[in-house]
Design a protein around this ligand. Structure first.
Ligand SMILES: Nc1ncnc2c1ncn2[C@@H]1O[C@H](COP(=O)(O)OP(=O)(O)O)[C@@H](O)[C@H]1O
Ligand SMILES: [Mg+2]
Length: 390
């Protein structure tokens, strides 16, 4: 059973089917694209634990995973727990999927982390305005894709930032934390029996708090990449997360590396696809096999190949009136590995405000970071995207 049937789950769903699995996809959008590649689909929100558990029992599943979805990780762990399937413990996932609990965990274990405090309602704004003097980041504790994330640099900004964060939280809680300076990287690691069998640090591209893409191999010096992977390993060990994928956001500083976020799932924006292209490690297959209690293939390439992913989106809401046919684009541009679009011509398009409003992403080969940036500049001409303002 795969939680989520959107473009970020698509490659994983197809891989599971290629591996010969009978695939059941779960999504709250009955027409979502991933359902087309599964054997059966369940029309339910991936956050609705009762509905997913009910379907999982009825369909007698052998394993449950999600790809790239933070909010589905808790459901996967709970269903796995109830059905006795392989997977991380619910208490571990509870910490990893709640930003406030994760900060508390880091502080308790003396792991590098920003100063943080939890907010339960707007009544806390006055306390913040009086006591918090440094710039701060305000975030919902249990959302993702930079939804409701704001930087506060002046007292008057607290109210709107806290309101936005609380609105985007399913449990109505927000976390306020000090700003961690440094160079931010992303990436995925995969653990088997406590050992990191794959750990890949990406160069991460951001526009404000929104992820714009990733490239491999990372431009970060290998010594720093090792510091990042050591911090991820140590945090996972302390969490008791010993099997399966983790997606991480880490800030590199001169003196220390700070784990911003650690999620028990594969990364979004094509990270597993990039890892497979670059290193040969098949993280999708590893995730599926691990969830079924089967042996995981550790094979990798002898050499790394360069590649990148780039998100495309519309600054303004409107109607999509132009977009290249993905198959045609990959045929005519051999360095283009894949184009994933959530939308088709005629669809309404939201303005890009968080990860969920991206229109899609592309994967392409590129030799270096310089070439990555150059290719990103050519993407609008290749995608021929046109949005008519509404
Ligand atoms: N304490 C912080 N200091 C600096 N940047 C931060 C901090 N918290 C979040 N960010 C920025 O905001 C982005 C989104 O925050 P994150 O905690 O990863 O939430 P999400 O689950 O929405 O991805 C991060 O990738 C980072 O760029
Ligand atoms: Mg993040």
């Amino acid at each position: 059973m795969i939680l989520g049937a959107g473009i970020f789950q698509l490659a994983g769903i197809r891989r599971a089917a290629d591996l010969g699995c009978e695939v059941i996809t779960v999504d709250y959008l009955p027409d979502n694209i991933g359902h087309r590649f599964s054997n059966e689909s369940v029309d339910a929100s991936t956050t609705d634990v009762d509905a997913v558990l009910d379907a999982a029992r009825r369909m007698n599943i052998d394993g449950i995973v999600t790809f790239s979805s933070d909010v589905a990780t808790r459901t996967a762990a709970l269903v796995g727990h109830h059905l006795g399937l392989p997977g991380p413990s619910v208490s571990t996932v509870d910490i990893m999927s709640n930003k406030s609990q994760f900060r508390r965990f880091q502080a308790e274990r003396a792991l590098p982390s920003p100063l943080s405090t939890t907010i339960n309602d707007l009544g806390d704004v006055e306390r913040l305005t009086q006591n918090w003097t440094e710039p701060a980041i305000v975030k919902p504790v249990d959302s993702s894709g930079s939804r409701g994330v704001h930087l506060v640099t002046a007292p008057l900004e607290w109210q709107a930032a806290v309101e936005a964060a609380l609105t985007h939280s399913r449990t109505g809680q927000a976390v306020v934390e000090s700003v961690v300076e440094g160079t931010e990287v992303g990436g995925d690691a995969f653990f088997l029996d406590g050992e990191m069998i794959s750990g890949v640090v990406t160069s991460k591209y951001l526009e404000g708090f929104l992820v714009a893409g990733h490239s491999l191999p990372s431009h970060i010096p290998s010594r720093d990449q090792k510091r990042v992977l050591d911090a991820v390993s140590k945090t996972c060990r302390e969490l008791g997360y010993i099997d399966g994928p983790v997606n991480f956001d880490v800030m590199i500083q001169q003196q220390r590396v700070v784990v911003l976020e650690l999620s028990p799932r594969t990364g979004g924006n094509g990270i597993p696809d990039l890892i497979e292209y670059a290193t040969g490690f098949d993280e999708y297959a590893a995730t599926v096999h691990q969830a079924l209690g089967r042996p995981v293939n550790l094979e990798k390439n002898s050499e790394q190949r360069g590649c990148g992913s780039a998100v495309f989106a519309s600054q303004e809401a409107g109607r999509l009136v132009g977009l290249v046919d993905p198959d045609e684009a990959t045929r005519t541009h051999p360095d283009l590995l894949a184009v994933y679009s959530r939308y088709r011509i005629g669809d309404s398009i939201p303005a890009h405000t968080h990860g969920g409003t991206a229109m899609g992403y592309v994967l392409f080969s590129c030799a270096s970071q310089t070439e990555y940036l150059r290719k990103v500049e050519t993407l609008p001409a290749i995608l021929q995207m046109e949005v008519e303002k509404s």
